[in-house]
Write a protein that binds this ligand. Structure first.
Ligand code: HGY
Ligand code: MN
Ligand code: MN
Length: 422
């Protein structure tokens, strides 16, 4: 049975506190990376880290890190992200950060220091909404997204990632994550319906889906909506509509092996009485199978050419941004399953159809994930909920996983950190 216990009261208090930062008048939370609400959440989380006895600081890529050293050179990393999608929920990302802080504080209060160092990670931009690149901050940390690209990626205000990183508006000291990493563990909500349908609370994650994204610009000819006869129009929104249906049809044809979404579309000039001359949208494809992703990518490109020809449009796809599918380290999966059983729950493993920073970390160090149930399978929504008992269970499983890893044989690896200053 579990020995040292996390504090459900403190977990809930801190989740509810963070859950008030970035409230969107239209509903839910909007905490886009580096925006004022995100900075406030970083500062509040840093305070929680200090209360847990951790040194809190922000690295060159905007990631908040709370850490303390241990007797072993390698550190155990635990955490998630603090940014949200527009009008998102209070659990996506924040749960993993708050639970990791809770583990640090529980270990400190039980006077049970780990042999490893411990670093709590709060990645700055995981969602990819603001700058168009998912898991941006963890990929920047390991050098998969280089500094020149950080200077090019701009949000809707026109500011680049680099502009924000130089500003360091959070006022927190500089920090660096330890390079020698024993393991990275992330607690996250499932964001889907599977656990609830199975009547289960918690599971170990076995793999993380691949995600392919590209911006698309469709251009036709804006003209008068009344005087322009239907035949011969070059209506960019008609082309966009056909592309939406094509993505849906192609993903459905792959049955349960793929999903496809066009989640953003900007229609210009956006007047009732003007035929749309331009539509800017994003195409997103997901599959746990890299081959399926490639097939879908080629099919979307083919359909785009056909739509352009049929409607006298230009359809330009940008560079595809790929987060490849990753199987998580079986040793980590088994460590999480073992912790789940120690917490009195039956063993279960699930694939993740959501992307996570753990997917990036797993390319370099042993990485594991813990899922807890999402009520109604809802996420990326103001209605995102997880029962507080499940929050407590997830945090306890995280603590048991860290305790197990602390005594496990060394499997540490070095992170290829992209920090500038040595
Ligand atoms: O989009 C995702 O899968 C994650 O929630 N960022
Ligand atoms: Mn997330
Ligand atoms: Mn998310």
């Amino acid at each position: 049975m579990a020995t040292i216990k996390v504090s459900p009261r403190r977990l809930r208090e801190r989740m509810e506190q963070l859950g008030t930062i970035g409230r969107d008048p239209a509903g839910g939370l909007t905490r886009l990376p580096f925006a004022p609400a995100h900075v406030q959440a970083v500062q509040r989380s840093a305070q929680m880290m200090r209360e847990a006895g951790l040194d809190a600081g922000v690295d060159e890529f905007g990631n908040l890190i709370g850490q303390r050293s241990g007797r072993r050179e390698a550190a155990l990393l635990a955490g998630s992200h603090l940014d949200t999608v527009p009008q998102g929920g209070i659990f996506d990302g924040a749960l993993g950060v708050v639970a990791a802080i809770e583990c640090a504080q529980t270990l400190r209060e039980a006077n049970r220091p780990l042999q490893h160092g411990l670093a709590v990670m709060a990645f700055a931009d995981e969602e990819g909404h603001a700058f168009g690149a998912g898991t941006l901050s963890s990929r920047a940390l390991v050098g998969e997204i280089g500094r020149s690209r950080l200077a090019q990626l701009r949000d809707e205000t026109g500011r680049s990632v680099d502009d924000y990183l130089r500003a360091r508006t959070h006022g927190l000291p500089p920090a660096k994550v330890p390079a020698q990493v024993g393991a990275y563990v992330e607690l996250h909500i499932e964001q889907g319906p599977v656990l609830e349908r199975m009547g289960r609370v918690v599971a170990a994650v076995e793999s993380i889906t691949g995600i392919l994204r590209t911006p698309v610009v469709i251009e036709g000819r804006a003209s008068h909506a009344g005087t322009t006869p239907m035949p011969g129009r070059a209506d960019a929104l008609v082309g966009a509509a056909e592309l939406v249906l094509a993505v849906r049809e192609l993903a459905l044809a792959e049955r349960d092996r793929a999903v496809g979404t066009i989640g953003r579309a900007h229609v210009l000039p956006g007047a009732t009485n003007v035929i749309p001359g331009r539509v800017e949208l994003t195409v997103e494809l997901r599959s746990p199978d890299a081959q399926v992703l490639e097939t879908l990518r080629d099919a979307v490109e083919e359909r785009s050419r056909e739509i352009a020809d049929r409607h006298h449009l230009t359809v330009r796809l940008g560079a595809w941004d790929l987060s490849p599918p990753v199987p998580l380290d079986p040793r980590m999966r088994d460590a999480v399953v073992r912790a789940i059983e120690r917490c009195g729950h039956p063993p279960l493993t699930l694939p993740s159809w959501a992307g996570h920073d753990a997917g990036v970390m797993s390319r370099y160090v042993p990485a594991g994930m813990i899922f807890v149930v999402s009520t109604g399978g809802l996420s990326h929504s103001p209605d995102e909920r997880t029962p507080w008992e499940a929050v407590e269970t997830g945090a306890q499983v995280l603590l048991e996983t860290l305790l197990f890893l602390d005594d496990a044989p060394d499997m540490s690896r070095r992170l290829p950190l992209a920090y500038a200053a040595g």
